[in-house]
Design a protein around this ligand. Sequence first.
Ligand SMILES: Cc1cc2nc3c(=O)[nH]c(=O)nc-3n(C[C@H](O)[C@H](O)[C@H](O)COP(=O)(O)OP(=O)(O)OC[C@H]3O[C@@H](n4cnc5c(N)ncnc54)[C@H](O)[C@@H]3O)c2cc1C
Length: 310
Amino acid sequence: MKLYSGISKLRQTFDLATDVPMATHTRLKVGGPADLLAQPETRKDLIDLLKAAQSASVPVTIVGGGCNLLVSDQGIRGLVVVTTQLKSGVRAETCPDKKVRLFIEAGERLSTVCSHAVRHGLTGLEFCAGIPGTIGGAVIMNAGTADQGIGGRVHSLDVLNLDTQDVYTLKKRDLVFSYRRLKLKNHLILGVTLTLSPGEPFQIRQTHNDILFRKQNTQPMDLPSAGCFFKNPDPDHPAGKLIEDAGLKGKTIRGAQVSPVHANYIVNLGHATCTDILALKQHIQQQVWDRYSIVLETEVITTGDGMKNE
Ligand SMILES: Cc1cc2nc3c(=O)[nH]c(=O)nc-3n(C[C@H](O)[C@H](O)[C@H](O)COP(=O)(O)OP(=O)(O)OC[C@H]3O[C@@H](n4cnc5c(N)ncnc54)[C@H](O)[C@@H]3O)c2cc1C
């Protein structure tokens, strides 16, 4: 009751979309309706909206490109804020030590940042070639490869504290990155500053293109997915190899399938629900446990009504 009066309060002040299927905002293309959804274009609009949501006691969920998200079939109660319109290109500044700082709003696509680095002969981000989503999402997920994450390139973050509504800058020393995660509870990233170095332009372009080419040939590109579904338990046991060795490539539960191309990808065959994907996820975890006594943890973030956040 309190939620619904809060929602109607917010709707009186802001132009918000209602009952928006989250399947249209996630790469997996599953997920029920969000009560309210906004795509603010400026920091000010975003902050005004979040302040109003807090005073109306409406819960907020942040979504970037939706590339690493699994949303429940019941959808998301409260307000979903999609950051993809919060962008203004890449601004660069050279430091006295010749390193280059890139300033980027949170909703800019990571691929735009990577292309900027390639065009300007800046090295340090080649390993991010081909990773979809926003720069804000990439930093929260510490996106990258098995042995590198974008956290290693972060100089500082402009953040909004969702509890106090204060805006401040967090320096590298304040940030704790781990494999596919940044520890940053109840904060929204507004802007990201990266540090890159000048390099050899031809080499940078070649490395970037080689990684893109390799991904196109080893990952399922034609069906919706969230990239690697499980974290690698350790470098000697990549999740994909464990799943493949358990004989699960191609395993299908209704609309969800273990990709025959890459076993750590769960793909949506076109009619998958979140329930199908969760059933397949549990089957994979059980089989890998039975065979190897290894627990597979999800890399994908689960959210929405009735979902346990892992
Ligand atoms: C085909 C494919 C290939 C992929 N390959 C890789 C890969 O090689 N390496 C890799 O690491 N990942 C990979 N991924 C996963 C995904 O691209 C990354 O995790 C990406 O960085 C997620 O960014 P996003 O903007 O889509 O975030 P979302 O999926 O929208 O959100 C992820 C999390 O970040 C939070 N979040 C998003 N933006 C903000 C913000 N501004 N402030 C605070 N919280 C925020 C969300 O609340 C959520 O908890 C792949 C995904 C796909 C579909």
